[in-house]
Write a protein that binds this ligand. Structure first.
Ligand SMILES: C[S@@+](CC[C@H](N)C(=O)[O-])C[C@H]1O[C@@H](n2cnc3c(N)ncnc32)[C@H](O)[C@@H]1O
Length: 182
């Protein structure tokens, strides 16, 4: 059972894991940003080398207990090296300031007023740790604005395609595969 302040694996987690296993190539170095409970990373450890990050200290502790090499940091701050596959199931819910709850679980859900605030910061920074020819798998919801997320990455010189989709309660979940434009 996960700590009450750590995001429990949900449909979005399972969809991102499924797509990651399909996309994984031999020898890939993998980074999972925002690993939460470590569910995805601990499964991928069986296939490849993986490093993870999370901002939530309870998540870091929990994922480490599953054997995941986790760094407590904001997004990819302080990481050196590059990765062929980068995964992120970000906080994506549009959240008004008055809706915010002052605890660590809030980091799992709160995407700012647009739902895209963390994604926008991630998009601006991820190129530094993306290996040549590497790909990003990003979980996004219809609540976040899938088209708008695409525009953010396109504007930064990336191409996108959809690699997974699942209907959930009142939202559609998709996994975007994002690569640098040739
Ligand atoms: C929706 S949860 C996903 C957790 C897990 N990857 C999964 O799929 O079940 C988002 C995770 O991102 C983490 N997170 C949010 N903002 C972050 C940031 N700026 N830097 C690092 N991790 C962050 C949260 O603490 C949370 O664990």
């Amino acid at each position: 059972m996960t700590h009450p302040q750590v995001y429990s694996p949900e449909l979005d987690t399972y969809l991102l894991l499924e797509c990651s296993l399909q996309e994984l190539r031999p020898g890939d170095r993998v980074l999972e940003v925002g690993t939460g409970s470590g569910y995805i990373a601990s499964r991928l450890i069986r296939e490849t080398g993986i490093v993870a990050t999370d901002i939530n200290p309870f998540a870091v502790k929990e994922a480490r207990e599953l054997g995941v090499d986790v760094v407590r940091t904001d997004l990819m701050d302080g990481l050196c090296g590059q990765f062929e596959m980068i995964l992120f199931n970000p906080p994506y819910l549009p959240t008004q300031p008055e809706e915010r709850i002052p605890d660590w679980l809030e980091y799992a859900l709160d995407g700012g007023v647009s739902g895209r605030e963390v994604i926008t910061r991630f998009a601006a920074q991820v190129g530094r740790v993306l290996a040549p020819g590497g790909r990003i798998l990003l979980l996004v919801s219809s609540l976040t604005g899938i088209h708008e997320v695409g525009e953010i990455f396109r504007g930064l010189g990336y191409d996108l395609s959809m690699t997974g989709q699942r209907e959930a309660f009142e939202e559609t979940l998709v996994v975007l595969k994002i690569t640098r434009r040739e």
